[in-house]
Design a protein around this ligand. Structure first.
Ligand SMILES: [Zn+2]
Length: 247
């Protein structure tokens, strides 16, 4: 697959395994390699425009107590909770026009595995949890936004926080939200990332005041962010992550 790699990032792409094709003056990923680490350079993205695939008018920064896996001390972690009516962008092989489309998301969902976040949105999580920042994942060989322990600075895995049953953002049936607080995000939320299972009882989190995610589309995200590439990149990414939307 060909990549859109800015000149300044060529060494980074090469370190991840991308190769340069001189005849076409183009970086590409050799066949058989995991594409996920190269996601930021996927050709569906206009140069310089991040491929944001999530948007939501009603969104909350939810903070929760959490025990650090490394030092076992208590810390605070944060996640972005999107209200019903959020949208995600996908490109499907069988799209009639091949352009991809924004689709309405159902249920309350936490966004995670976030690799692109506008600074105005990131700032609102950092305001609540100062150790929310970009981290480098050895597993996926890419940078993403992660919570870090306030005691030992260890990154806290999104898998543990957002996907593992019993994690702070994956309450079991009948659990309440011990120590959770929700803070309404100012402005429209946008990100490149994934989202998890539908969260029941999200409105029980102190600070959630549901009901304002309907209405006009998010204006700032109305620009086209993708071009047809002949196959479904986002669907493939979701499959790798095991994150096909589930209700
Ligand atoms: Zn720690």
């Amino acid at each position: 697959m060909d990549l859109n790699v800015p000149y300044a990032e060529r060494n980074q792409a090469e370190a991840l395994g991308a190769r340069w094709e001189p005849s076409r003056r183009c970086w590409y990923v050799p066949d058989g390699m995991d594409l996920l680490p190269f996601r930021r350079w996927f050709p569906e993205q206009d140069p310089g425009v991040p491929g944001l695939n999530l948007r939501s008018l009603e969104t909350y920064v939810v903070t929760a107590p959490h025990r650090c896996w490394r030092c076992e001390k208590d810390t605070v972690v944060a996640g972005f909770l999107m209200a019903p009516g959020f949208e995600d962008f996908s490109v499907w092989e069988d799209d009639p026009d091949g352009q991809g489309h924004w689709g309405g998301g159902e249920g309350w969902r936490f966004a995670f595995h976030i690799d692109t976040l506008p600074s105005s949105i990131a700032a609102q999580a950092i305001m609540r949890t100062p150790r929310y920042r970009r981290a480098f994942s050895q597993a996926t060989r890419s940078a993403y936004w992660a919570n870090h322990c306030s005691e030992c600075e260890a990154p806290q895995s999104d898998l543990q926080l957002f996907e593992k049953p019993g994690g702070p953002f994956v309450p079991r049936d009948g659990d309440d939200w011990p120590g959770h607080r929700a803070f309404r995000v100012k402005g429209a939320f946008e990100a490149a990332g994934s989202f998890g299972r539908s969260v029941v009882d999200a409105t029980a989190i102190p600070g959630v005041r549901a009901g304002s995610n309907s209405g006009p589309p998010v204006a700032i995200a109305s620009r086209p962010t993708a071009r047809p590439t002949g196959f479904s990149i986002l669907r493939t990414v979701r499959r790798w992550l095991g994150l096909a939307p589930q209700t």
